[in-house]
Every structure is written in C-alpha cells, then in structure tokens.
Ligand binder design. Structure first.
Ligand SMILES: NC(=O)c1ccc[n+]([C@@H]2O[C@H](COP(=O)([O-])OP(=O)(O)OC[C@H]3O[C@@H](n4cnc5c(N)ncnc54)[C@H](OP(=O)(O)O)[C@@H]3O)[C@@H](O)[C@H]2O)c1
Length: 247
C-alpha cells in the first residue's frame, strides 16, 4: 500500500512549480489532494492528470489572501475528500527589487501572499488538523535565512514564517500536529518570471542557470519525506539547496 494512502492533503499554489510537483508526489503516494490556486484552468488540468494516473484530486480555484474563500474551500474539501490531515502552504511570490525603488504595491502583494496567505491557509484548516493530528508544511526559502540585495521584502516575509512556524509547532504539539518549514534554494519554476524589473529578472534567471537550480520534484520529495514520517517524528526544518549554490 502506498505510504500516504488514506490521507487528505491540501496544496496551495498548486497551479505550477513546487506546488504542482508536490501535489503530484503526494498523490503518487496515495494521498487524496485538493489543489488551490487562482488559475482555475491549471488546477483543473492537474486534477485531471492526477485522476488519469489513478490518484484522487479536487481542483479548487482560490486566492490565499481571501479568508472567506479559504473557509469555503475547507468546507468543500471536508465534504468531498474527508478530514484534511496535511496542509502545504506553498503559494508565494518573489518580486525582487531594490528597497529604495519603493515598489510598495509589490511589497503588499508579497506580505499578503507569502506571509498572511500562509497564516490564513493554516488557520482555515486548523480545526480539521487538531481533530486527529496531521501536518502543516510551510514553504519558506533559503531567503528566510540569508538576505541579499533586492530580497529585503521577500526575505522579510520568509524570515517571518520561521518565527511563526516555531511558535505554532509548540502550540500544536499536544494535538499531534507537526509543523515543517521547507526552505528551498533556487528552483526552476515560474517564480522569477514575475519580477517586474527586467535587469533583476534576467540576473536572477542567469543565477539559477549558473547554480544548476533544483527541479520542483526535488523539493516535492522533501515534503513527502517530512509528512511520511511516523507520528512520533516531526521534521521541523528542511533547507534544500542546489549543490552549486553558495548563498
Ligand atoms: N523557485 C524558487 O527558486 C523558490 C525558492 C525558494 C522558495 N520558493 C517558494 O516556493 C513557493 C512556490 O513557488 P514556485 O517556485 O513554485 O513558483 P511558481 O511556479 O510561480 O508558483 C507560485 C504558485 O503560487 C500561486 N499563487 C500566487 N499567488 C497566489 C494567491 N494569492 N493565491 C493562491 N495562489 C497563489 C501561483 O498560482 P496562481 O498564479 O495560479 O494563483 C502558483 O501556483 C513560493 O512560496 C516561493 O517563495 C521558491
């Protein structure tokens, strides 16, 4: 029997990159997966692929900054897949820019998505997790440990997740809920495509190329590793860099 058979997972940011790869990997291990992102066509396509491969998936179009929408999503998942016992809060944006450029709209989008979106996601599914135990996996970044020029606000959002995750771990340990922070280095995904400054976008893409960036599947395996442990084992932090990444 597959290692995660009988489990129900929710993955945010499942329309591309790490989230899509994680959803596929959890489903391949037997978990039923709910896929949440704003691009409804992408999550519907992924749900269909997972179904064709013999898995079970529910496509949800949604925005992690929309609190009522997340509550409705939690109700729908409970009704259609059963009690959620694994939440992968992965949705995020990396809009790098020099702080002095003052791209305040981009700061807001990152704080709302990378920080508040993770908190709202975890909170929406908390009653289900506390009912019988499970996992909260937050996808942070190496940028939550190492700051670099142009990453000030992105790093601030990811750094904040570290403090939040450790407090949450302590608050929920008696409920059998484990909290895992996954901190990838450079991963080949769409993440850098959204950087609005062309010079920074191109430099980021070149840096990813130079370090032979990870594939999304490499991070998905780390998530599967953490959530597949026996209940007594809590994998609290996983920093996964490309071998050639020096920062
Ligand atoms: N790639 C890297 O090098 C790297 C390194 C370290 C950490 N990370 C982290 O990994 C996570 C996933 O990023 P990725 O690399 O896989 O990039 P990606 O391919 O751009 O994926 C980002 C995902 O987040 C979703 N998303 C963004 N805003 C959202 C919102 N408001 N509500 C719901 N979903 C939203 C996007 O879907 P929609 O646009 O369809 O909503 C997309 O599915 C992020 O938290 C990122 O910070 C990535």
């Amino acid at each position: 029997m597959a290692g995660l058979a009988g489990r129900v997972a929710v993955v945010t940011g499942a329309s591309s990159g790490i989230g899509a790869a994680t959803a596929r990997a959890l489903a391949a291990e037997g978990a039923a997966v709910a896929l949440l992102a704003r691009r409804a066509d992408r999550v519907a396509g992924l749900a269909e692929d997972i179904g064709t491969a013999g898995g079970r998936a529910l496509a949800l179009s949604g925005d992690v900054t929309d609190e009522p929408g997340l509550t409705a999503a939690a109700e729908r998942v409970a009704g259609e897949l059963g009690r959620v016992d694994c939440v992968v809060a992965n949705a995020g944006l990396m809009l790098l820019s020099p702080f002095a450029a003052g791209r305040i709209d981009e700061w807001r989008r990152m704080v709302d998505t990378n920080l508040l979106g993770v908190l709202l996601t975890a909170h929406a599914f908390l009653p289900a997790l506390r009912e019988g135990g499970g996992d909260v996996v937050a996808v942070s970044s190496v940028a939550g440990r190492k700051a670099r020029p142009t990453s000030s606000v992105y790093s601030a959002t990811k750094w904040a997740l570290g403090g939040w995750a450790e407090a949450l771990r302590q608050e929920l340990l008696d409920d059998g809920v484990r909290v895992t922070l996954v901190e990838p280095g450079a991963v080949r995904t769409e993440l850098t495509d959204h950087i609005s400054d062309p010079a920074i976008r191109e430099a980021s893409a070149a840096r990813y190329e130079a370090v032979d960036a990870l594939h999304a599947d490499d991070v998905a395996r780390a998530v599967v590793y953490a959530v597949s442990q026996p209940p007594r084992v809590s994998v609290n932090e996983l920093l996964v860099r490309p071998t050639r990444q020096d920062y």
